[in-house]
Design a protein around this ligand. Structure first.
Ligand SMILES: N[C@@H](CCC(=O)N[C@@H](CS)C(=O)NCC(=O)O)C(=O)O
Length: 142
């Protein structure tokens, strides 16, 4: 059975698609329209009570959190290629840098962004884009 990725192109699930391609496994995408709030519907929340993407289902295994999904795919499907083998001393460095962005950079930049009012500015920019776009996908912008 193919891996299923609950996905929206303007979300962190895009990184997971990249990872799936790197790993080279079969997968199918299940589009969840986060602009319409579909990530809070039961088919998603019964698998991820936080109602967020990405969400990966591999048979009986459910994985959420984009970094965890990347590590899961590398360790399970590309050991020795995209993840060091179990006896490789490089595993410490591998896990450190794999988790550096979500555990250090992201919380720091979110805090800075809040102080600077970035999300308010981005929302305003989104409004401008929504009205200016004529390519038919303007409604997908936040
Ligand atoms: N730390 C989580 C963040 C998940 C997250 O916030 N996902 C966003 C899309 S990038 C989402 O689902 N937002 C919709 C919502 O929060 O309702 C991860 O890295 O997977």
């Amino acid at each position: 059975m193919a891996i299923v990725l609950y996905h929206h192109p303007f979300s962190r699930a895009a990184n997971t698609v990249w990872m799936l391609e790197e790993v080279g496994v079969e997968y199918e995408l299940k589009l969840v329209d986060i602009m319409a709030g579909d990530q809070k519907k039961e088919d998603v929340t019964k698998l991820n009570p936080m109602g967020k993407l990405p969400l990966l289902v591999d048979g009986a295994t459910v994985v959420t959190e984009s970094a965890a999904i990347g590590l899961y795919l590398a360790v399970c499907y590309a050991p020795g290629r995209l993840a060091p083998k179990l006896d490789d001393a490089a595993r410490g460095t591998y896990f450190r840098w794999s988790l550096f962005a979500p555990s250090v950079i992201e919380p720091g930049s979110m805090g800075q962004g809040r102080q600077l009012g970035v999300s308010r500015r981005l929302r305003r920019l989104g409004q401008l884009r929504r009205h200016d776009r004529d390519d038919g996908i303007g409604h997908l912008w936040p």
